[in-house]
Design a protein. Structure first.
Length: 155
């Protein structure tokens, strides 16, 4: 096994990272590389961690989606953020489908909008601000329209 700069092995550093939270393979690769580990040692380490089920992009994606839903983010933003973290489209799709049983994106958009703004706004500028807020959160046009119509309904 290759030894990094001082005395730590890529596996030791990877285990320390994974003890805190789930990481995608690409994120771990970047972090281990930044610590000065050799590329071939990193690849071997990551392959070993995947084989032992200590690292899983699927598990990472599912955990990530759930945490972002709790933050009030929409599916478009979640997809983009997972893509930036090196997760493949198939895994992103699977993770989103796994939560769709529990999450109504239209209701989530309405709840997020109602929490942020007390009313739909009196002017076009106010309504545009609310729409930009939802788009920035990652909701699509249909979810945005639903939220703008139902966020302040008395239920």
């Amino acid at each position: 096994m290759n030894v990094c700069s001082a005395t730590t092995l890529p596996r030791d550093d990877a285990i320390r990272f994974l003890a805190r939270r789930e990481y995608s393979r690409a994120e771990l690769w970047q972090r281990l590389s930044a610590k000065g580990h050799a590329a071939e040692a990193i690849e071997a380490c990551l392959d070993s961690l995947v084989e032992l089920d200590l690292q899983s992009d699927s598990r990472f994606a599912e955990s990530f989606v759930r945490s972002r839903v709790l933050r009030g983010q929409g599916p478009r933003r979640i997809c983009a953020d997972l893509g930036q973290r090196g997760v493949g489209r198939a895994l992103i799709s699977e993770a989103l489908q796994a939560v769709e049983v529990e999450v109504d994106w239209f209701e989530l958009a309405s709840e997020v909008l109602a929490r942020r703004f007390a009313d739909p706004g009196d002017t076009l500028k106010d309504r545009a601000r609310r729409e930009r807020f939802l788009v920035g959160r990652g909701f699509d046009f249909d979810q945005l329209r639903h939220a703008m119509s139902h966020a302040w309904d008395d239920s």
